[in-house]
Design a protein around this ligand. Structure first.
Ligand code: PEP
Length: 255
């Protein structure tokens, strides 16, 4: 039985006051929730203050990216140890904005995933196709290629620490959500591939989140799909009411 996992990706939003307010508001709203894992991923500069605001809460903290080197002359980069020092448990790796806006390759993403696992962070590994790739019937091929390359050289024991996030690029921040059936189809393909790369029992234990314009109004139908184990949420995670409503909706179904 996979425990649902909802994570908020705050992207390049918030300031020092609003970040702490959002975290404190979520801690209050979600104090009774035990059946759903929740995490927030603030910008690097607010990780420490958000971690402090969540110290008495079960809500975990994650970063939006990491560099694979341990330390040294890498101006502007942040290491795994630094993230752990700031209270991080999770780290998003390979988000589509990093792939397509900032030019990250599958090889770089693979190095980051290996570094994160090696240093005790739990990766949220993002994959997803562009609109033209979906329209061209290439969705499964593109996503499978990203999964294979992102996980190259990662052992069966190591992969157990990963959450995969399927995020069709055309659905991110556009208000155009994948239908529950579209999400399920790709999630099932990913789980099948993980079963081939590792073994079916390992694949069965891995959580696969959906991301792309998820909001309170579509949470229940997305989460009703058998292979959708959680959500990676951008815009709707910036409001206490929306993010907590989504988590409560999922918790309600667990009863
Ligand atoms: C995301 O950035 O991972 C995301 C899914 O964003 P949104 O929910 O705003 O589409």
């Amino acid at each position: 039985m996979r425990k649902p996992f909802l994570a908020g990706n705050w992207k390049m939003n918030m300031n020092s006051a609003t970040a702490v307010n959002l975290a404190a508001g979520l801690a209050k709203e979600l104090a009774e929730i035990r059946t759903v894992d929740a995490a927030v991923c603030p910008p690097f500069v607010y990780l420490q203050s958000v971690s402090a605001a969540l110290s008495a809460s079960d809500i975990a903290v994650g970063a939006q990216d990491v560099y694979f080197e341990g330390n040294g002359a890498f101006t502007g980069e942040i290491s795994c140890e630094m993230l752990k020092d700031c209270g991080c448990r999770y780290v998003i790796i390979g988000h589509s904005e990093r792939r397509h806006v900032l030019g990250e390759t599958d090889a770089l993403i693979n190095r980051k995933i290996k570094a994160a696992i090696g240093r005790g962070l739990l990766p949220i590994f993002c994959v997803g196709e562009l609109l033209e790739e979906r329209d061209g019937g290439q969705t499964n091929a593109v996503v499978a290629d990203q999964v294979r390359k992102g996980l190259a050289g990662i052992s069966s024991d190591q992969v157990k620490t990963i959450t995969v996030a399927y995020e069709p690029v055309w659905a991110i921040g556009t208000g155009r959500t994948a239908t529950p059936e579209q999400a399920q189809e790709v999630h099932a393909m990913i789980r099948g591939l993980l079963g081939e790369l590792y073994d079916p029992a390992v694949a069965d234990g891995l959580r696969i989140q959906y991301g792309g314009s998820a909001k309170p109004g579509n949470t229940a139908e997305l989460m009703a799909q058998p292979d959708v184990d959680g959500l990676l949420i951008g815009g709707a995670s910036l409001k206490v009411e929306d993010f907590s409503a989504m988590i409560k909706t999922v918790a309600e179904k667990q009863k």
